[in-house]
Design a protein around this ligand. Structure first.
Ligand code: WT7
Length: 650
């Protein structure tokens, strides 16, 4: 019942919100539609501290390589730091809590000096210049944010690799980006115990990594590590003598700010490129609109800086608007599953932003844990990363938010840089499992490949039909793949438009419900993975003839990794258990533990069309234990379906 009810924003919150009602929301949307460039140009002038004003809002002449705020000059680290020194010098910028309970607060003043010193170190000691790539492989510690902003200050392009990726995955990214410097830590803490990162870097940096000149190591857990002399340097020692001021590089609006590798439908990860002005504008505006953070608020996003959510909503967005952002090193269940709720009470968190998979995990633990803590400081709750099921949504709303906090179910992607479709906490009546409506200025439509809008309750392609400032600017080193991945599927009025890769419907009320990926990308605990990447890894096992990976719905993780494996003809089935274990070892080595298979099934063959294409839809249905209703007569060997079912269901 509750699932179909609309929950209105609390009156008190609406009264003081930046966008106070649906009428205000609609007026902003109309303003953007009537004068698109005027809308964005006005915000860019108001929100960004320019070193030189831009000449043109949007240049579409090289579409789909759109350019925003052409001719403008700025520095993103100044947008996040320098301009706050006048009014927020002693305000907490970052509140850090380590896994073991250690705490550290960096005020805007302190963060400014740390960033300046680090920028000087990168420039003077390592010769990092504008345009150079720096790979950051760090745990969730304040130095990660410092390093990002230090790169931004000198115009270096950072590329963060999530700490859960393996040495092989790290190496691929270092080589693709041609990184000059790799920044890492000795290690950090997880579930109360030290874990190591530096050995992974040592393994990653083979002779193939010719671009890498040095490795900079932040000491975090002080465990013993090996040093390669002439290559490895200790940050904690070198930083001490650096001058506390570093002139910010004058950056063009369209100079790259960072790369972030993400999975697509082929085997090779894509280096998604974001540029300076458009990205930081939308990071800041969405922080203000969607979380409605006030001057004295404390905001907490539990993501990892290794993902886009950490980039935009732990570091760049909050700091650009001058907010206080909480950063937590650890996991939600250590030392007990009350950890996050205790932290909300401790820091009086006002806005809390997390992933459905974590909500489901903590929901399963029960209500006793949240009930122990005072969560009354909360005003807005957020979710991101995957569709949230009504059950988890209602628990979050009632037990964590006390029935008084709007949930912003934010739909967006690595490629979009910031939120695209989301409720506004003071305006939008919300309902479980709907991301509701596009933000003002975002022209998002559910349509077919030719641009015809889909009627209610009919699934279509989730597209964005006008460029927006924080959109992906390219795939590093592969402009053709960029065009084909994002602008190769859908058209409107004959013009290619951005396709997200997701399906969606308008429900009876016209609310947008995201139904999930339509391509071969799966979402495991909010981690985005290409089935092709996992297949490539599993296929490297000497006994595997071929394999197919699908996502299987999982109550906590959203999806689990399910692999169908065809063994080489002569192989002995008695060895299957070993083969299963070994396949997972290969996956952990080549990608990382996040891509491990939950289930591996040995089958005599895969369902293929006569042209050799694997029918994954059938494999997904079998994994779920569903009846096969679709036509299988077009398969090369229709009898294979029943055989596979026997193998899976026993
Ligand atoms: C994919 C993007 C956005 C930052 C974290 C993930 C799915 C994301 C939602 C949501 C339903 C969502 C989509 C999207 N997704 N947010 N609120 N509701 N699905 O970034 O790794 O680039 O993954 O995550 O499938 O395409 P990402």
């Amino acid at each position: 019942m509750e699932e179909n009810v609309l929950f209105d924003p609390p009156a008190e919150l609406s009264k003081n919100a930046r966008i106070k009602s649906m009428d205000e929301y609609r007026a902003l949307c109309k303003k953007a539609e009537d004068n698109y460039e005027g809308f964005w140009g006005d915000y860019a002038k108001e929100k960004i501290t320019w070193k030189k004003p831009f000449d043109k809002v949007l240049d579409e002449s090289k579409a789909p390589f759109y350019q925003w705020f052409v001719g403008g000059k700025l520095n993103v680290s100044e947008q996040c730091l320098d301009r706050h020194l006048e009014t927020r010098k002693n305000k907490a910028a970052i509140i850090f809590e380590g896994e073991l309970g250690d705490q550290k607060v960096l005020t805007y003043r302190e963060l400014y000096y740390e960033v300046n010193k680090t920028a000087n170190l990168l420039k003077n000691k390592f010769g990092i210049k504008k345009g150079d790539r720096v790979v950051i492989y760090l745990p969730m510690i304040p130095e990660a944010a410092v390093m990002m902003l230090a790169c931004a200050r000198i115009g270096a392009i950072h590329s963060i690799v999530f700490g859960g990726f393996s040495a092989d995955a790290l190496r691929d990214r270092v080589i693709d980006a041609q990184a000059k410097l790799v920044v890492t830590a000795d290690g950090a803490y997880r579930r109360g115990k030290p874990y190591m990162l530096k050995p992974v870097v040592d393994e990653a940096l083979t002779d193939e990594c010719t671009s890498v000149e040095a490795v900079l190591i932040v000491q975090r857990n002080f465990e013993e590590i090996e040093y390669v002399s002439g290559r490895d340097y200790i940050y904690n020692e070198l930083i001490k003598d650096q001058p506390v001021k570093c002139e910010a590089e004058v950056m063009d609006s369209e100079d790259p700010l960072f790369l972030l590798y993400t999975s697509g439908s082929t085997g090779k990860p894509k280096g998604v490129q974001h540029n300076s002005a458009g990205y930081i504008l939308w990071a800041q505006m969405t922080m203000e609109w969607v979380f409605d953070v006030k001057e004295n608020d404390t905001y907490w996003c539990t993501a990892d800086v290794g993902w886009i959510t950490g980039h935009t909503y732990i570091v760049y967005g909050p700091l650009a608007m001058g907010a206080t952002t909480v950063m937590f090193e650890g996991v939600p269940v250590y030392p007990d599953p009350g950890r996050w709720w205790r932290m909300i009470e401790e820091y009086q968190v006002n806005q809390f932003y997390t992933a459905p998979t974590a909500i489901r995990l903590l929901h399963k633990v029960g209500n006793d844990e949240p009930a122990k803590y005072d969560l009354s400081s909360l005003k807005v709750l957020g979710t991101v990363g995957e569709p949230i099921n009504p059950d988890a949504w209602l628990w979050y709303y009632n037990e964590i938010g006390g029935g008084k906090c709007p949930i912003v179910d934010t739909y967006w992607q690595t490629e979009t840089g910031g939120h695209m479709i989301t409720p506004l906490p003071g305006a939008t009546p919300i309902k479980p499992a709907s991301a509701t409506f596009p933000l003002p200025g975002i022209i998002a439509e559910i349509m077919d490949e030719d641009g015809n809008p889909k009627p209610k309750n009919e699934k279509g392609l989730m597209c964005v039909t006008k460029p927006w400032p924080s959109m992906i600017r390219g795939i590093w080193g592969d402009p053709e793949r960029f065009k084909e991945s994002y602008f190769g599927t859908a058209k409107k009025n004959g013009q290619p438009v951005y396709f997200t890769g997701d399906g969606a419907i308008y429900d009876d009320d016209g609310y947008i419900v995201i139904t999930g990926r339509t391509d071969d990308v799966i979402n495991v605990s909010g981690h985005r993975m290409g089935t092709a990447e996992i297949e490539a890894a599993a296929g490297n096992h000497p006994h595997v003839a071929e394999c197919a990976v699908v996502g299987k719905p999982d109550a906590i993780k959203g999806e689990g990794v399910f692999i169908y494996v065809v063994l080489k003809g002569e192989d002995n089935l008695a060895e299957e258990v070993d083969v299963m274990k070994e396949i997972n070892q290969i996956i952990v080595k080549e990608i990382g533990p996040i891509a491990k298979a939950d289930e591996i099934k040995f089958v005599p063959g895969l369902p293929k069309t006569r042209s050799g294409k694997i029918m994954r839809r059938i494999l997904r249905a079998i994994a779920k234990g569903e009846e096969i209703t679709q036509d299988i007569s077009t398969l090369e060997d229709p009898s294979i379906v029943a055989k596979i079912q026997t193998c899976v269901l026993g």
